[in-house]
Design a protein around this ligand. Structure first.
Ligand code: PBG
Length: 328
């Protein structure tokens, strides 16, 4: 060739850049995680500046704003009163509990909204673990897998009865997707989807979330059920199991530090892949921007674009409303 190749021609004007852009964000990519409690007040969450724990009327108003901005899906996280927490998390499947009432309120206000629920025991059990805790003779704790799965099934059915569109097991117990799928099908909820937390890592980035719900483990950590941050092949193994067990969508969590895992799952399945930009990722961006060190709008949109470019079809993010507004 006797002329220089000039990639910059495709970057010359905003119009050309928008023609050749490979990845674009849209409000419909986002799922808004929302925190709820029994109180009549809406309370700012001190561990997550800019995020609020809502009363039910506050929730309905907040979600209405999200819907108006084009965000059509929310996932509910309840803060449960200490007095309702028990070793076997019975409150997790109380049909008059906070989550079923929140689902009903949202469905009544916005019939076409996609309501997603978190299936795990940590907000409900007195040990702060995603499963049932047993202690051995040495006082070491063990998370009982199959006993937990039975409770998760009851919890998923309770959410389905209240009108959830998608149940989302975040507990990482073995075999829970198959157990939930067959129980839903046997009970006339074959239309309810399962969004599985397929590759959920034992991450330090969940700290602010546990503060928001007062759900940190009282003893030990979550490393016997959540994945080791060093493992990538194991994510494919979890994916194969979730596919075989009937998951409709699969998730990687956290998102930013695990972009390679998102990309691997995207290349290994035809199912939709979701990614969760978790509380610690939110907080890192928020605090750097509050200090004036980073430009919030630019950094948020870039972080979400990176997650989508890596292969996420859906993104759970606390920035959902703000990003949707910026994208308008
Ligand atoms: C627990 C659950 C966690 C998150 C979502 N579901 C915390 C944990 O596993 O300890 C974290 C979300 C976030 O950090 O934003 N079932």
């Amino acid at each position: 060739m006797n002329f220089p190749i000039r990639p910059r021609r495709n970057r010359r004007t905003p119009a050309i850049r928008s023609l050749v852009r490979e990845t674009t964000l849209s409000a419909s990519d986002f799922i808004l995680p929302v925190f709820i409690h029994e109180d009549a007040e809406d309370t700012p969450i001190s561990s997550m500046p800019g995020v609020t724990r809502w009363s039910l009327p506050g929730l309905v108003k907040e979600v209405g704003e999200a819907v108006a901005l084009g965000v059509h899906a929310v996932v509910l996280f309840p803060k449960i009163e200490e007095s309702l927490k028990t070793p076997h998390a019975e409150e997790a499947y109380n049909d008059d509990g906070l989550v079923p009432r929140a689902i009903e309120a949202l469905k009544q206000a916005y019939p076409s909204l996609c309501v997603i629920t978190d299936v795990a025991l940590d907000p409900y059990n007195s040990d702060g673990h995603d499963g049932v805790v047993a202690r051995d003779g040495l006082g070491e704790i063990h998370i009982l897998n199959d006993e937990t799965v039975e409770i998760l099934v009851a919890q998923a059915l309770c959410h389905a009865r209240a009108g959830a569109d998608i149940v989302s097991p975040s507990d990482m117990m073995d075999g829970r997707v198959a157990a939930i799928r067959s129980a839903l099908d046997d009970s006339g909820f074959e239309h309810v989807s399962i969004l599985s937390y397929t590759a959920k890592y034992a991450s330090a980035y969940y700290g602010p979330f546990r503060g928001a719900l007062d759900s940190a483990p009282k003893d030990g950590d979550k490393k016997t059920y959540q994945m080791d941050p060093g493992n990538a092949r194991e994510a494919i193994r979890e994916l194969q199991l979730d596919e075989a067990e009937g998951a409709d969508m699969v998730m990687v969590k956290p998102a930013g530090p695990y972009l390679d895992i998102i990309s691997t799952l995207r290349g290994s399945t035809t199912l939709p892949v979701a990614a969760y930009q978790v509380s610690g990722e939110y907080l890192m961006i928020k605090s750097a921007c509050a200090a004036g060190w980073l430009d919030e709008k630019a950094v948020v949109l870039e972080s979400l674009t990176g997650i989508k470019r890596a292969g996420a079809d859906l993104i759970l993010t606390y920035f959902a409303k703000q990003a949707a507004e910026w994208l308008r």
